[in-house]
Every structure is written in structure tokens, then in C-alpha cells.
Ligand binder design. Structure first.
Ligand code: ZN
Length: 366
């Protein structure tokens, strides 16, 4: 199905459809590339006495392939906003009904002809088919179910310590180079584990720095590991049936270029990871930068949510009363102030009277 990229394209397809357009429908669907909207047109053909309804798929609306920034605060579905605008225009121009049951990805919404079988979500009022799964609540939609779970974690201040972030830093500027749910998942973890564990502290945020000396030692260890792997290196062999799924990329090591498969080859995955880690360490050493791991211990979903709100929804700066407003009905004003005090104490926000600002440290743990 071809993409609808502007209102003009949509308009053109509606006008060529034939018959009288009655309903324009936009429903979410998803595949391995992500979510997209399928746009269909219901038309009426025939005379007063022999009317027939027809459905025609007009195309898809998608920003597919984008890596979406999931911030938990800012709506990340620009196609929904576009679709709404186009749908309203089409509705005015053709006098049709624009049917767009969900503005966020959800493939449990009924199509136009099955909407009488649907119920309204108790939280957002959107039309939805009752979930089949015994593990899901029957009266709310899946996105609302996730929201309730997230709100529950904020209310209970459940621990949110997962995730370790690695930055390359010099003076005041730092660049995130990697993020793993567990420290052991970093390619370089086996080489620096003893050092890192020895430096970890019992504080909410523990920063472990690999300075120049550690980076030079790491570079040497990576080279030893790479050279062992290179002795057994075999160029890519891709079976015909896998050609659609696997591609080849090149990495250079000491003036030699090596072709590597981007999946289904474990040796290539390992070698690629080591070469990439080596490249980064070389950049850091040459630029006199250091590595910094950020560990969390004692950070809660409440802390995390508030930091995301200030950082993403408010672009790094807001007033205390805006934060109170955001958590109204969920947290008491005292709980909000207490959380802000904690975030200030551990250096994640700066509080100046009632102005709240993100600090670089706060940004580093998101
Ligand atoms: Zn809902």
C-alpha cells in the first residue's frame, strides 16, 4: 500500500475513489518497522433504492524507520497529529465522517463496521474491542493499562535503578556512547569489571570514571582480544534465503578492513563489538577524554518521572507549581516537594526559589 504523504495526496485518492465518500477511517497497525496508520474510505454507490457500501484502502501514513524518542512525557506520534488535521480537512470538503478512534498506537480499536461491538475505555473513553487476554483488565485499553501501571509505580515510588549509562566526557561536555540494562552487558565490562566494582559507592548516583591510564590499559586488552578473534576471522557467507535479512558492513582495524555480517553470526557480532569499543577508546584517548559510568541506586519511578517531566516536557526548566499541577491527584503537594528536595540533594536539579532546572548530572541519568 502506498504512502500518503500530504493532504493533496489523500484528497486526490478520495476524489478518484468513485461513489459518495461517507467515512474516512484511520486505524493503527504495526510491523517490525514500527507503527503506522492504515487509511480507508467507505463510499456509497448506487441510487436511493439500491445503495451499496464499499471500502477502499487509500494508503498508509507513517514516519516509519524513525527512531522515536521515548520520553514518557512528550507525545511521540506526529502521524496522529497530521492525520487529525487531514481528516478534518477531508471531512469539511466532502461532508464525510472522519473516524479515528485512537490518537496513540493501538491495534485493538474496531473498524467502522464493527464499532457497535466495541466498548468505551473507562479511562480515555476511546472505542476499543474487549481484550481477550485474561491478564488484562476488561474495561480499559492497553495504552491506558500501561499508563495506570506507570502511575502506580510513581505513586508507590517503586525502585527505578535499572540501566547503566556510559559517557565520554571532557570538561563540561559529554556524549553518551552506550546504555545497558546491566553493567555486565557492556562489551568492555569483562575488562574493567574489577576496577569499576572497586570504585562503586553506596549513593543514589555513583559515577565511576575511567581516566587516561585505565583507558590505555583497556585499549591494550581490547587489542589482545581482537587479535585472538582475527586469527579465526572468516569473511561473511550469507545463505540465499537469509540475504533479505542480513547485511554486511566494514570495520577498519590497524589499516585493514574487515567485512562483518550485521546479524546471525556470533563471531562477527563479538568482533564488531570489540572493534567498535576499540574505536571509541582510541577517540577518547586522542581527545584526552575520559569514560564515565553512571549507576543508580535508590532512584525511584517518582524521581525518574519528575526528571523526565522537567527535562523533556518543560525543556529543562519549570516552576514548582507546574510540577504540582502535573502530579495533581496522584501525589500530594508534600510528596512533590519532598521528591524535589531529594533530586536537589543528589544534584539532579537546581532549585532557585520556585524555579526548577535540570542539571547536567540529572540529564546524565535519564
Ligand atoms: Zn484508554
Amino acid at each position: 500500500m502506498s504512502a500518503i504523504t500530504s493532504f493533496e495526496v489523500l484528497d486526490n485518492r478520495i476524489s478518484r475513489a468513485g461513489g459518495k465518500p461517507t467515512v474516512l477511517e484511520a486505524l493503527w497497525d504495526g510491523d517490525t518497522n514500527g507503527w503506522f496508520l492504515i487509511v480507508s474510505l467507505y463510499t456509497e454507490i448506487g441510487t436511493l433504492f439500491s445503495k451499496k457500501q464499499e471500502v477502499l484502502q487509500l494508503g498508509t501514513v507513517s514516519f516509519g524507520g524513525d527512531i522515536r524518542l521515548f520520553t514518557g512525557e512528550v507525545p511521540a506520534w506526529p502521524e496522529a497529529a497530521l492525520m487529525k488535521e487531514w481528516g478534518q480537512k477531508a471531512s469539511e470538503k466532502y461532508g464525510l465522517t472522519f473516524y479515528f478512534p485512537s490518537e496513540e498506537p493501538d491495534d485493538d480499536c474496531p473498524d467502522w463496521t464493527r464499532r457497535h461491538l466495541a466498548i468505551h475505555c473507562a479511562d480515555c473513553n476511546k472505542l476499543m474491542m474487549k481484550p481477550d487476554s485474561p491478564y488484562l483488565p476488561k474495561d480499559i485499553c492497553y495504552p491506558c493499562h500501561l499508563k495506570r501501571e506507570q502511575n502506580d509505580r510513581i505513586i508507590k515510588a517503586s525502585p527505578c535503578d535499572g540501566g547503566v549509562t556510559l559517557y565520554m566526557t571532557k570538561d563540561d561536555s559529554s556524549r553518551q556512547i552506550s546504555y545497558c540494562t546491566h553493567f555486565k552487558d557492556f562489551t568492555i565490562a569483562p575488562f574493567v569489571n574489577d576496577f569499576v566494582q572497586g570504585q562503586l559507592q553506596e549513593s543514589e548516583i555513583s559515577i565511576v570514571t575511567l581516566g587516561r591510564e585505565e583507558l590505555i590499559a583497556l585499549k591494550g586488552q581490547l587489542e589482545t582480544a581482537i587479535e585472538v578473534m582475527l586469527q579465526a576471522y572468516k569473511p561473511p557467507v550469507i545463505e540465499a534465503r537469509m540475504k533479505r535479512f542480513v547485511s554486511v558492513y566494514s570495520m577498519t582495524y590497524k589499516d585493514h578492513s574487515y567485512d562483518l555480517m550485521d546479524r546471525s553470526n556470533r563471531e562477527h557480532d563479538q568482533l564488531g563489538g570489540l572493534l567498535y569499543a576499540h574505536e571509541n577508546v582510541e577517540v577518547a584517548i586522542a581527545g584526552e577524554q575520559v569514560y564515565q559510568f553512571f549507576f543508580k541506586k535508590g532512584i525511584t519511578y517518582r524521581d525518574d518521572s519528575m526528571l523526565r517531566f522537567v527535562n523533556y516536557a518543560k525543556e529543562g526548566k519549570t516552576e514548582r507549581k507546574e510540577i504540582h499541577e502535573r502530579y495533581k491527584g496522584m501525589l500530594t503537594p508534600a510528596e512533590v516537594d519532598e521528591t524535589l528536595m531529594k533530586l536537589q540533594k543528589i544534584g539532579c536539579v537546581a532549585v532557585d526559589n520556585d524555579e526548577i532546572r535540570m542539571t547536567p548530572l540529572g540529564q546524565c541519568i535519564l
